[in-house]
Design a protein. Sequence first.
Length: 220
Amino acid sequence: MTEPATIACSHRGCLTGARQPLLTVPTYITFARMAASTVVFLLAIRAHSMRLALVGLAVYWVGDILDGWVARTWNQETRTGAVLDILCDRLGCGTFYVIFAFLRPEMTVPVGLYLVEFMVLDCFLSLAFLNWPLVSPNYFHLVDRRVYRLNWSPVAKSCNTGALLVVMLATGSTALATLLMLAVGAVKVYSLWLVRRIPAGTGGGCAVQAVRRGSAGRRA
């Protein structure tokens, strides 16, 4: 069967043939925010302080926003940087919520569900972008728009890292926080089911073309 013609890729977020640097300014920022937030979290554990834990979370969030903004603005997005960001997100959010459950033990169940959802299911989903020629999961809409909207759109990202905290602080309801985490977990499982149905396309080039070639190969 003849391979479909390849056209020049004009999509931002597709993996080009250029060699990507291991360390960039955004990756240094990622390391710095990881170190800074971890220090504050350790101080929060030592002092049994929710206030310090929230400060550590704020440091993490500001750093997370900053490294992403610098990467996009300075055109320094790399797959290595994306993986590092994903791993540091697990460390930052996971540490905060463990501290939260320690200080508010009535929230142990929803926090436990969050840790499974964010540190396992969401991590697995986030690393799935490596199956396509993408720079990061922020461009997964080139592969599947529905999966992108459910997991990496601005609203989805906010729900993934902050919704549980808002519900726990605003309502104090363990039941409501648990229901929220069950719902988010269901979305992650559904997303995994959708992802496994998308034809993979590793290597460099255009992610859109890779999916089309994979779909054509399945139909052949």
